[in-house]
Design a protein around this ligand. Structure first.
Ligand SMILES: Cc1ncc(C[n+]2csc(CCOP(=O)(O)OP(=O)(O)O)c2C)c(N)n1
Length: 359
């Protein structure tokens, strides 16, 4: 089946074409990109909700940054379909996850825009930090950006990388894509913390007011830049480090902002590009954004298989011969059976109980 991308998307063969568009046209590109992902995934399969949730972010990143010179790292990579489509792979996207087709994840041998091979979760900050440090030591002005979900952010490896980033003085941006979902609903203390800071209007308003006031400080003869920096650091410390986990790790924290507001995203990324050092932007998005059923049942629509995009009915694959059960079904169900027989049996899932058939 031939799937035709929208009129603007049809003309985007690389991020250079995206950069020729006006800010107003970016809204239309987002609509067309989202539709193209729905059209292709419904008939060819693949991950679904995660890429829909970062359509605006994918467009904004390639619009603002000079990719692939600036290096973009997607954590896990199941959310990188928009990135693939915008970086020269639009017409071969229907071959996604098929024999000799595109990989379902960023893959270095596939494109110079795929800076890091993934599938493994929680590696992006570490990889982007390595890239940022290499750029620093080589005297290159390239930027590096890691996009990590709130699920992937809960892993030890992400924290190891932040522990290093906070003192490395490397120019990198971490974008925390917070949709309150891992593959199943996200759990744990960090998830509760992110909800708290997202919902704390007093803290966020105070922080925004202070940053705005600092920008307006009259730097001149009697009030030098270094004095301004000292004052900024003092105020920043007073409002943040006790209240904000990331600031306590010496990452400058921005947000949370609406990750579906393309204009706000572009403005914010333009601003952050000018701020050196390690920093984190917290964006709030909806997994499955733009496809109502996927917004409603986010676990089911993480990777739903083929479906009728109008009715949302899942198309069951037809096989000529009976198929063996899936490995994860045999393993998960056996674990549950054993646990029912013996209370000493406990299972640990890779943060995805439904995907491990253990619910
Ligand atoms: C090391 C490792 N553990 C577990 C997984 C299973 N896994 C795949 S994606 C994911 C997290 C997804 O949540 P999030 O990072 O919030 O991204 P979203 O799907 O919401 O975009 C996990 C735990 C994995 N890919 N790698």
């Amino acid at each position: 089946m031939d799937i035709t991308p929208g009129a603007l998307l049809k003309k985007i063969d690389s991020p250079a074409d995206l950069k020729k568009l006006s800010r107003e046209q970016l809204h239309q590109v987002c609509t067309e990109l989202r539709q193209y992902i729905i059209d292709v995934v419904s008939v060819h399969g693949g991950h679904f909700g995660a890429s829909l949730g970062v359509v605006e972010l994918s467009v904004a990143l390639h619009f603002v940054y000079n990719t692939p010179y600036d290096q973009l790292v997607w954590d896990v990579g199941h959310q990188a379909y928009g990135h693939k489509i915008l970086t020269g792979r639009r017409d071969i996207f229907p071959s996604n996850r098929k024999y000799k087709g595109l990989s379902g994840f960023p893959k270095r041998s596939e494109s110079e825009y795929d800076t890091f091979g993934v599938g493994h979760s929680s590696t992006s900050i570490s990889a982007a930090l390595g890239m940022a440090m290499a750029a620093k030591y080589k005297g290159e002005d390239r930027k590096s950006v890691a996009v990590i979900g709130d699920g992937a952010m809960t892993a030890g490896m992400a924290f190891e990388a932040m522990n290093h980033a906070g003192v490395a003085d490397a120019d990198m941006l971490i974008i925390l894509n917070d949709n309150c979902m891992s593959i199943d609903p996200n759990v744990g203390a960090l998830k509760e913390y992110l909800t708290d800071i997202s919902l704390s209007p007093t803290y966020n308003k105070l922080k925004d007011d202070v940053w705005k006031a600092l920008d307006k400080l009259p730097v001149g003869k009697n009030f030098t830049k270094s004095m301004a920096h000292k004052l900024a650091d003092g105020l920043k410390g007073a409002i943040s480090s006790s209240a904000n986990l990331f600031e306590a790790l010496k990452l400058r924290y921005f947000g949370p902002i609406d990750g579906h507001n393309i204009s706000k995203l572009v403005d914010t990324l333009e601003d952050l590009k000018k701020i050196p050092g390690p920093k984190i932007l917290h964006i709030v998005t909806v997994k499955g954004k733009g496809y109502a059923l996927a917004e409603k049942d986010q676990t089911k629509w993480h990777a739903p298989g083929l479906f009728d995009k109008v009715t949302g009915e899942i198309v069951k694959k037809k096989f000529e011969t009976p198929q063996p059960p899936k490995y994860q079904d045999v393993f998960g169900h056996t674990m549950i059976e054993l646990a029912e027989l013996n209370p000493k049996v406990w299972g640990v899932t890779p943060a995805m109980p439904s995907g491990s058939s253990s619910l």
